[in-house]
Design a protein around this ligand. Structure first.
Ligand code: KG4
Ligand code: ZN
Length: 339
């Protein structure tokens, strides 16, 4: 019998639903919330309201696109956390209602595990070379920056993480200083393509082990711009592309050098990247180049699997279903994970 899983993701500002059958993706629908760009960041209250409005149409559309009905679903998987509590509650409540109405198991998914396991989603139009265990995953998003040693689907160890800002936050905060709207990461990436990455130098942190720090970079970027603007008020406008390219090169270099260091230490020759920042063209190229130089395997995700999506929740739900790892109906969301 084939196993069909409905996945729901609502941890931040994207409402998403996906259907996966025996590990293969049938549909993945995402409603992004434009409402936050005017505010320079995600406003939790607006996010949960938008999730409430989006969730039914998004799930309906995911089922229709997959060519299934709610009767075909064997289990419903949802993001339990980490994320914004009000946003998570919308997905959790819907999943519970669905589980009761359809009498199918409820499966909680850790959002970060979902990002990592997105590498195991089978796509209809493309053969993906899945990672072999053990591999290292550089998980870089708006809320997290971690190097995870992945020994098996659910045997993961965080070997390094940020001690302050996440990499996505560094992109977004520096972009904000340059006057770009939220989220600035993709805009920095776009501007970088026209710029010189060696034009400006920004401070790189000196942190022991496999941990990261990005708050110093943000401050040095801010002070650098403040000093330059004092001399030339049009400095940002005149140097937009070079600033973006130099900033991106600095962040990418910090990330790549740490994950390579960790791979050497743990004697691992497969590196995967995941999370919103893994959409970054500079990071994708640098990881691919480092791995090819060393004869290692690089796993670069499809773009739609980098930022928040429910396909990653459904695939994690599928692996949990196979282990009969189900949740009870009194489960509550967790805003912050202890991991
Ligand atoms: O994984 P994600 O969608 O949400 C979280 O779980 O946080 O990641 C969102 C983050 C944002 O900080 C956004 O600016 C960043 O990913 N991002 C990028 C790019 N696309 C998304 N950063 C740099 N370059 C990109 N192309
Ligand atoms: Zn995420």
């Amino acid at each position: 019998m084939k196993i069909t899983i409905l996945g729901i993701e609502s941890s931040c500002d994207d409402t998403s639903a996906a259907v996966i059958r025996d590990g293969a993706l049938l549909s993945n629908v995402i409603a992004s919330q434009a409402v936050h760009s005017d505010w320079g960041g995600v406003i939790p209250e607006l996010a949960s309201r938008a999730h409430s409005q989006n969730i039914v149409p998004v799930i309906d559309s995911a089922l229709k696109k997959a060519g299934v009905t709610s009767d075909d679903i064997d289990a419903v998987a949802f993001t339990r956390g980490p994320g914004l509590l009000g946003s998570l509650l919308v997905g959790v409540s819907f999943a519970k209602g669905f589980s009761i109405a359809k009498n199918v198991p409820l499966i909680e998914v850790n959002h970060l595990q979902g990002h990592i396991l997105s590498h195991f989603v089978e796509l209809p139009d493309k053969t993906i070379e899945k990672p072999n265990f053990p591999f290292l995953c550089l998980l870089v998003s708006g809320g997290h920056t971690q190097i995870v040693l992945v020994r098996d689907y659910f045997d993961m160890e965080i070997v390094g993480s940020t001690i302050d800002d996440a990499a996505g936050e560094a992109f977004d905060k520096c972009a904000k200083v340059m006057g770009l709207p939220y989220p600035g990461g993709p805009l920095i990436d776009k501007l970088s393509k026209e710029g010189n990455p060696k034009k400006f130098k920004f401070a790189k942190p000196n942190i022991a082990g496999f941990d990261f720090s990005f708050s110093g970079l943000k401050t040095s970027f801010l002070y650098f711009l403040r000093d330059e603007i004092a001399d030339n008020p049009n400095f940002i406008e005149e140097n937009k592309a070079d600033l973006a390219a130099s900033l991106q090169a600095t962040i990418v270099d910090i990330l790549v050098s740490k994950v390579v260091k960790a791979a050497k230490e743990y004697d691992i020759e497969e590196i995967a990247i995941a999370g919103g920042v893994s959409a970054n063209s500079g990071l994708r190229e640098a990881i691919a180049a480092e791995c090819s130089k060393r004869g290692w395997r690089a796993h670069i995700p499809e773009f739609f699997l980098t930022t928040d999506n429910a396909a990653m929740i459904a695939i994690t739900g599928y692996f949990k279903y196979l282990r009969e790892d189900f949740s009870s109906l009194d489960i509550a969301p967790i805003a912050r994970s202890a991991e």
